[in-house]
Design a binder for this molecule. Structure first.
Ligand SMILES: Cc1cc2nc3c(=O)[nH]c(=O)nc-3n(C[C@H](O)[C@H](O)[C@H](O)COP(=O)(O)O)c2cc1C
Length: 214
């Protein structure tokens, strides 16, 4: 909501219009729930959480096919459902649409060319939002966890919708900040699109090396 105009009813940012038009925006959860629960207009999409988890696979080769707005809506809405420290939501998302900015992000991410995908999201920490009476170190830790969880939720939803993604952690934080025009520290990039090839999940370690019973 625009701070300068209290009569402003638009609750989405400039440059982003969700696919679901609503006449009344009583509260922000109204839109969030509508976006999340809107019917999926595609057959053969299996959104069962456990199916999604057991089949998700990162991709570094994307087709040029554009991502439908309703899918972008759900991916962004999913981030907003993640738990956050004290529910202070200590993170923000930069949804990069400008092709020139995407190109610059490639360079800011150690020249990883697959950063330039149809949907690029930069997850940033905002510890100033976390109004808890703890040390700056704790608040920084909370906000990186907030941003990371949100990105993970978005990644899972992208996968559920037949898309694929690559999580980018190898970034030059300062270059990313300059590129997207923020003072907030970026935690990760999530680069999303249709995979050229759908592949099965990667193997993981033995359960005994993962879980320690104490
Ligand atoms: C914290 C983190 C940082 C990552 N950074 C990068 C990166 O900078 N570049 C990249 O190509 N992949 C990156 N990845 C993707 C991982 O390589 C990938 O998730 C991993 O190989 C497991 O494959 P899967 O996602 O298909 O299960 C990162 C993943 C995580 C969670």
């Amino acid at each position: 909501m625009s701070k300068s105009n209290p009569k402003e009813t638009r609750i989405w940012p400039k440059g982003y219009v969700p696919s679901k038009e609503m006449t009344s925006y009583d509260n922000r959860n109204n839109l969030l729930t509508t976006l999340l629960t809107s019917k999926i207009p595609e057959k053969n999409v299996n959104t069962d959480l456990f199916y999604v988890m057991s089949t998700r696979r990162s991709t570094r080769k994307f087709s040029s096919r554009q991502v439908e707005q309703w899918k972008i809506d759900k991916i962004l809405a999913a981030a907003d459902t993640a738990p956050t420290a004290g529910n202070f939501q200590g993170f923000e998302i930069f949804y990069v649409k400008d092709p020139k900015v995407k190109e610059k992000l490639v360079e800011a991410a150690n020249n990883q060319p697959y950063v330039n995908t149809p949907v690029v999201l930069v997850f940033c920490m905002n510890p100033d939002r976390v109004k808890l009476n703890f040390t700056p170190e704790i608040l920084a830790k909370f906000s990186i966890q907030d941003a990371t969880l949100a990105a993970a939720y978005s990644q899972l939803v992208a996968s559920a919708l037949g898309l694929s993604s690559i999580w980018i952690g190898m970034i030059d934080e300062e270059k990313i900040k300059v590129t997207i025009g923020t003072k907030l520290r970026p935690s990760s990039l999530l680069c999303i699109g249709y995979p050229e090839l759908k592949r099965g999940p990667k193997s993981r370690r033995k359960l005994k090396d993962l879980i320690h019973v104490v």
